[in-house]
Design a protein around this ligand. Structure first.
Ligand SMILES: [Zn+2]
Length: 148
């Protein structure tokens, strides 16, 4: 299970395993208290020159493993949601991509969005992809996921 929490990425990058992650009071699965530390997993994000360690906890009651991640990122995406949103907005309203990020990555986001919107919301959303982006987020989907 993954829980998104507010994280200062620069501080996390600097302090790594010593970063003061919050510890959930109770298990999100069974609501038991007393989660144990359960190591770290390495993850990568844009704007950092290397990986960062994300905290994991384990519930001794039900065995659930809980991984914390910085909020503001889609699962398996290194660019922030804000960056992806502004890339899509720029492309869909101005016919240009953001500078500083490769066009192939940004095209990948747009293709993913188009595919997800068509598959989950329907063809009549074709002209409203930016609305579809927000709508899919509200429904709990990653709107630019490469697989639908
Ligand atoms: Zn539990």
């Amino acid at each position: 299970m993954i829980i998104a929490v507010a994280v200062n990425l620069k501080q996390l990058f600097k302090h790594q395993r010593n970063y003061p992650w919050p510890r959930p009071d109770t298990c999100p699965q069974c609501s038991a208290g007393g989660l144990w530390g359960h190591g770290f997993v390495l993850a990568y994000f844009d704007d950092l020159s290397g990986g960062v360690f994300l905290r994991r906890y384990r519930c001794p009651h039900c065995g659930c493993v809980i991984r914390l991640k910085p909020e503001g990122f889609f699962r398996r995406f290194q660019a922030s949601i804000a960056t992806i949103r502004s890339s899509l907005t720029r492309r869909l309203t101005g016919d240009r991509y953001l500078s500083g990020i490769s066009v192939s990555r940004q095209r990948h986001w747009l293709n993913g969005l188009t595919r997800n919107v068509m598959a989950r919301l329907g063809i009549h959303w074709r002209g409203r992809l930016l609305d579809g982006f927000e709508c899919l987020i509200a429904r709990g989907y990653v709107p630019v996921a490469s697989s639908v």
